[in-house]
Design a protein around this ligand. Structure first.
Ligand SMILES: [Zn+2]
Length: 196
């Protein structure tokens, strides 16, 4: 079933790739971008849920060994996910930030990266990867924002992460230094926001 285009691409790309201070390469605004504007579609291979679990676990294992946020799978619907880890998906180069200027929005079965605010030409594009708290340790954040919480974790988990980190700094007498459960579960595919 062909998906309906959810956003009209600009005649000229609004983005360009360049070296990033956050992580290797990134996407940057080629020109000024207005708040809400669709910038680039997050494309990739459509894969089954079973295949998605297998790949997410493999990517997580790799990230755990090498560090970084190498999880590229978006949850799309009950039947399939999108694995954006393909050369023809430049959107995979967009880095995570704790203070992002973009967000991933899903319309139908397609995911677009939209401007969360007005973006000036030359700014690096970023969105919240929305990772689960269970895997925080594997994904240190280097976004450089003054609001950086130190790890790539969805905003809804920030409070909980702060209390975990606080307890690690000041372990209570006679207790283990951490409250994080030992058996970490594999990451789940991330979800784009769906407009109401
Ligand atoms: Zn950060």
């Amino acid at each position: 079933m062909p998906a309906k285009p959810s956003a009209k691409p600009a005649a000229k790309p609004l983005w360009k790739t360049s070296g990033s201070v956050i992580h290797r390469r990134g996407l940057f605004a080629r020109s000024a971008i207005a708040k809400g504007e669709p910038i680039i579609e997050y494309v990739g291979e459509r894969i089954s849920k079973a295949e998605s679990s297998r790949r997410t676990e493999a990517q997580e294992l790799k990230a755990r060994k090498k560090g970084g946020g190498a999880v590229y799978i978006f949850d799309v619907n009950k039947r399939f996910d999108i694995d954006g880890n393909v050369s023809w998906n430049p959107a995979r180069l967009i880095n995570h930030s704790c203070e992002p200027n973009c967000e991933a929005i899903q319309t139908g079965n397609r995911i677009w990266i939209h401007a969360l605010r007005d973006i000036a030409a030359g700014e690096e594009l970023s969105y919240d990867y929305g990772f689960d708290l269970k895997i925080w340790r594997d994904h240190p954040c280097l976004c450089g924002s003054s609001k950086c919480v130190g790890y790539i974790v969805a905003r809804r988990h920030w409070k909980r992460l702060a209390s975990i980190l606080e307890k690690q700094r000041k372990p209570a007498k006679g207790s283990a230094a951490t409250t994080v459960p030992k058996g970490r579960k594999a990451a789940k595919a991330v979800r784009a926001r769906k407009p109401a």
